[in-house]
Design a protein around this ligand. Structure first.
Ligand code: F6P
Length: 541
C-alpha cells in the first residue's frame, strides 16, 4: 500500500487563539472562584424543593451512545456561563473548525490532525466537512482503501485455523488503544484466536509469552507509527530471532510477521512484506482507528470494527455541530479547566465500573497527559497556569478497596469520573446490580458525606465532586463514542490552554540519554555523569 503525500495543502490557518489567561472570562472566573468557589456546596445545590431535579436536568445530557450526569460537579449556571464565554473568547469553535478542515494545527510538526477522518463513513463523503479540500478528499479515498484492505486481512486471519495466537508488538499509542479495545470487546471476540499485547522492553514480558507459543501458529504484528521506537524494534527483533530459533524458516517470516506503520521503507528493511500503512496526520495516541486497529478487527471482525468507527463518527458529528452549551466534550473540558485552573485540583480519578474497561485509565493517561502535559503556549511562551491533571484510576469496585479512602477523607479533592453500563456483557446472576449499586453509592457518599461529631475518624466531609457517564452496553458503537468523547474533550482543553495537544517532544530527552547509558552500562565509563547516575550505574554493574 503506497504511502500518500500527507502534507496538508497550505492554507490560511494560523494559530490565532487568545490565550485563556488574557481573556475577560478568565478574570471573571478568578473573581468568581475567590468570592464563591470554595463556598459552593453540592448538598445545598440539591436542597431545593425539587430535590435537585432541575439541576440534574440542566447538568445532564444524552450525547451519542453516552449519557452524562454532571450535576454533582462543583459548578452552577453562572460559572458554566463564564466557562462558555471563556471557550468562545479562546476561539474553541474556530480551532475545532480548523481541526475538521485539515489545517496543520499540529504546528510544531507541520501536520494536520485528522483521526476523525478515519471514522468518516465512505457513504457520507467529505463534502460534509466544512472545507473539503483536495487534501482531505484524497486522504479520504486512501483511508477507505486502507480500511478495506485491513478488514480483508483481518478476515483472512480469522479464517486461518493455523493461526491461533496474534501478538501485537507496539508501545504507547501502538499498544494502549488496541489493547484496551480488545479487552473491552471481549464478548465479541472470536474465541479461536488469542490476542496478546507486548510493549515493554523488559524481556520478561515477551520472554514469558514466547514460552507459551508455537511459531507455526503465531502471527506477529509489529505496530509502530515510526518503526523506529527502541522498545518495539528490540521486541520485534527478539521475536524474529525466536521464530527462526524455533525452526521457523526464513521464507515463512512473511506469513508470520506483518507491519502496521507509516514507515513502509523501514518495515521492508526488516524483511516484512505485508504492511498496512497510515499517515503522519494520525497521532500515535489517536491511531486505534487506523491500521493500528488491526488486532481489534481480528478479534471482533469487520462489522464490529466498522461499528466502532460509526460510534466515534457519531460523537465527531455531535462535537462538530452541537452548540457549546449542549456539547458534551466541551462541557466536560470546561469542567476540567474549572477544576484545574481555578480550584487547583491536580488529578482526576477515572473509575470504570466495568471489567471490560479496565485498561481505559491507562489509555486515557497517554491520551490526556501526553496531549496536554505541556508548559508552553503555541508561540513557545512559558505558561503561568497549570495544564493536564494527573489522570489515574482502576476499575470499580477494586478501587474502593484500595484508594477510595483517600478520595473520601484525604485533604485533597479529587474529582471522580464514574463510568457504568446499563446492561452487562457476560455476567453472573445478580452481580451487575451489585456493581451498579456500588457505583451509585460511591457517587452519593462523595457528595453527601457523613457527620460524626463524636468521632472525627469516621466523618466524611462530603461535597466531593464526581461525574457519571453511562453507556447502554459495551458495544463497539458505544466504545467508539466514548473514546471519541475523550479525544475531543482533550482537544478542547488544549484549545483553551493555548497549547499544541498533538506533539510529544517531552518524551525525547529520556530516549536520547538511554542510548548513551546503555553503552556506559556495558563499559562502566562514568565520565561526566552526575554522582547519582554514576553511583547507580556502578551498583547495577
Ligand atoms: O514516545 C512516545 C511515543 O512517540 C508515543 O507518542 C507513541 O504512541 C509511542 O511513542 C509509540 O510510537 P511508535 O508508534 O512510533 O512506535
Amino acid at each position: 500500500m503506497s504511502r500518500p503525500d500527507a502534507s496538508p495543502a497550505p492554507g490560511p490557518w494560523r494559530d490565532a487563539r487568545t490565550r485563556c489567561d488574557r481573556t475577560r472570562a478568565w478574570g471573571l472566573l478568578v473573581a468568581q472562584h475567590r468570592q464563591a468557589g470554595c463556598a459552593f456546596d453540592l448538598r445545598a445545590a440539591f436542597a431545593g424543593q425539587d430535590g435537585g431535579a432541575a439541576r440534574v436536568a440542566h447538568f445532564s445530557q444524552q450525547a451519542p451512545h453516552v449519557y452524562a450526569d454532571l450535576s454533582r460537579s462543583l459548578i452552577d449556571a453562572h460559572v458554566e456561563a463564564l466557562l462558555l464565554q471563556l471557550a468562545r473568547e479562546c476561539g474553541v469553535e474556530a480551532h475545532r473548525d480548523a481541526l475538521f478542515a485539515g489545517q496543520p494545527i499540529n504546528h510544531t510538526e507541520q501536520r494536520a490532525v485528522m483521526h476523525w477522518l478515519l471514522r468518516n463513513p465512505a457513504s457520507v463523503g467529505v463534502e460534509q466537512a466544512q472545507v473539503a479540500t483536495n487534501f482531505i478528499v484524497q486522504a479520504a479515498g486512501e483511508v477507505h482503501a486502507t480500511l478495506d484492505a485491513m478488514l480483508g486481512l483481518a478476515e483472512q486471519v480469522r479464517q486461518d485455523d493455523a493461526i491461533t495466537d496474534i501478538v501485537n508488538i507496539g508501545i504507547g499509542g501502538s499498544d494502549l488503544g488496541p489493547s484496551m479495545a480488545v479487552k473491552a470487546l471481549d464478548d465479541l471476540r472470536l474465541h479461536a484466536k488469542r490476542l496478546h499485547f507486548v510493549s515493554n522492553v523488559d524481556g520478561m514480558e515477551l520472554g514469558s509469552l514466547l514460552r507459551t507459543l508455537q511459531p507455526e501458529n503465531t502471527l506477529f504484528l509489529i505496530a509502530s507509527k515510526t518503526f523506529t521506537t527502541a522498545e518495539t524494534m528490540t521486541n520485534a527483533q527478539a521475536a524474529r530471532a525466536w521464530f527462526l530459533a524455533q525452526g521457523g524458516r526464513q521464507q515463512d517470516l512473511a506469513r508470520h510477521f506483518w507491519a502496521l506503520t507509516t514507515n513502509l521503507e523501514a518495515a521492508a528493511q526488516f524483511g516484512i512484506t505485508t504492511t498496512l500503512g497510515f499517515w503522519d496526520w494520525v497521532g500515535g495516541r489517536y491511531s486505534l482507528w487506523s491500521a493500528i486497529g488491526l488486532p481489534i478487527a481480528i478479534a471482533v471482525g469487520a462489522e464490529n470494527f466498522r461499528a466502532l468507527l460509526a460510534g466515534a463518527h457519531a460523537m465527531d458529528e455531535h462535537f462538530r455541530s452541537a452548540p457549546l452549551e449542549r456539547n458534551l466534550p466541551v462541557r466536560l473540558a470546561l469542567l476540567d479547566v474549572w477544576y484545574r485552573n481555578f480550584h487547583g485540583f491536580a488529578s482526576r480519578c477515572v473509575a470504570p465500573y466495568s471489567h471490560g474497561l479496565r485498561r481505559l485509565p491507562a489509555y486515557l493517561q497517554q491520551l490526556e497527559m501526553e496531549s496536554n502535559g505541556k508548559g508552553v503556549d503555541a508561540s513557545g511562551e512559558p505558561l503561568p497556569y497549570a495544564t493536564a491533571p494527573v489522570v489515574w484510576g482502576e476499575p470499580g469496585t477494586n478501587g474502593q478497596h484500595a484508594f477510595f479512602q483517600m478520595i473520601h477523607q484525604g485533604p485533597d479533592v479529587i474529582p471522580v469520573e464514574f463510568i457504568a453500563l446499563r446492561r452487562p456483557g457476560r455476567d453472573l446472576p445478580g452481580q451487575h446490580p451489585r456493581l451498579l449499586a456500588n457505583a451509585l453509592a460511591q457517587a452519593q457518599a462523595l457528595m453527601q458525606g457523613r457527620a460524626s461529631p463524636d468521632n472525627p475518624h469516621r466523618a466524611f466531609a462530603g461535597n466531593r465532586p464526581s461525574t457519571f457517564l453511562l453507556l447502554d452496553a459495551l458495544t463497539p458503537e458505544a466504545l467508539g463514542a466514548l473514546i471519541a468523547l475523550y479525544e475531543h474533550r482533550v482537544f478542547v482543553c488544549g484549545a483553551i490552554w493555548g497549547i499544541n495537544s498533538f506533539d510529544q517532544w517531552g518524551v525525547e530527552l529520556g530516549k536520547v540519554l538511554a542510548q548513551g547509558l546503555e553503552s556506559r552500562l556495558a563499559s562502566g565509563d562514568c565520565t561526566g555523569l552526575d554522582a547519582s547516575t554514576a553511583g547507580l550505574l556502578a551498583q547495577l554493574r
